[in-house]
Ligand binder design. Sequence first.
Ligand SMILES: Cc1ncc(C[n+]2csc(CCOP(=O)(O)OP(=O)(O)O)c2C)c(N)n1
Ligand SMILES: [Mg+2]
Length: 348
Amino acid sequence: MHNAQKQYELINQGDEGLESSSQLDKNYILHLYEDMLLGRNFEDMCAQMYYRGKMFGFVHLYNGQEAVSTGVIKAMRESDYVCSTYRDHVHALSKGVSPRAVMAELFGKETGCSRGRGGSMHIFSAPHNFLGGFAFIGEGIPVALGAAFQSLYKQQVLGSQSDLNVTAVFFGDGTSNNGQFFECLNMAVLWKLPVIFVIENNQWAIGMAHHRASSTPEIYKKAAAFGLPGIEVDGMDVLEVNSVAQKAIARARAGQGPTLIEALTYRFRGHSLADPDELRSKQEKEAWINRDPIKRLKSHILKSQIADEVTIDDINKKIKIQIDDAINFALTSPDPDTRDLYKYIFAD
Ligand SMILES: Cc1ncc(C[n+]2csc(CCOP(=O)(O)OP(=O)(O)O)c2C)c(N)n1
Ligand SMILES: [Mg+2]
């Protein structure tokens, strides 16, 4: 996986999207496809398990938005940081947290990545530099700034010779109307922090249409007021997202400061599994579902003869095995011991 990433970093990138990807490493494209498929299948299984009563509280699924997680996070290194939202399962999977550890967390089991104490909205994994999982909107943005600041501090003040680590923070269109976003844009530019603001503009904040809630619905344009690059990208095209992310990451790593990426995307399910999803029109949903990022990449792979149906099918089978394994692991894992109720509340 890391090799495919390294190879890719060396390749000259075009930014015209799916059609221009012929020079991209084929294994890397299949790696992106596999990651998106893992996210989709994982979330579909979550829905099944939720309705069978295996999960508690709110569960927000990521179906439809996979190209954003995969495109950005697969362009990053293992040592880089990611901050997410309550729609966090798939970001964690892309960052390398195992499906077992995420599923067990959703089941509230001791083997979960947050020891079963967090649940769906609080996926966290220190070994993967995956900093959450936040229930409050916008909460991850200042945390991401802190992660980016410590990376710069290590280099500039403590004299570290290693490359700057980059932090990507994901959040929604609705969240971009929140004050923390603007404060953090200001500070990130002022201190040239190695951070990427990734706005997943899925057009809705629960039942509020984005164009009804924002003074300037084109969120990327707001970057200009703070002096950082603001880039709009087709969030249903993983190769385009990946190309834009590669450039933003290279810029951040070189100490040139932050970038704002607005990815235009759509969630294929309701806001959460408790949402009957009655406010969005059938036509709107269908138009976006027709642009399904996984189907698009699959047809590109076949059309460009990057791989054949057999290879695609093998990836499918591999993912299904992984998901079944995650479910069995979560089902058979122990609940936290009630005697450990106060464990992990304070640092040892
Ligand atoms: C500080 C805070 N205020 C309000 C809420 C309630 N809330 C939960 S999700 C949400 C909408 C967020 O929409 P968006 O940022 O577009 O993300 P999406 O759900 O579309 O991914 C709101 C207002 C919250 N979680 N936190
Ligand atoms: Mg939204």
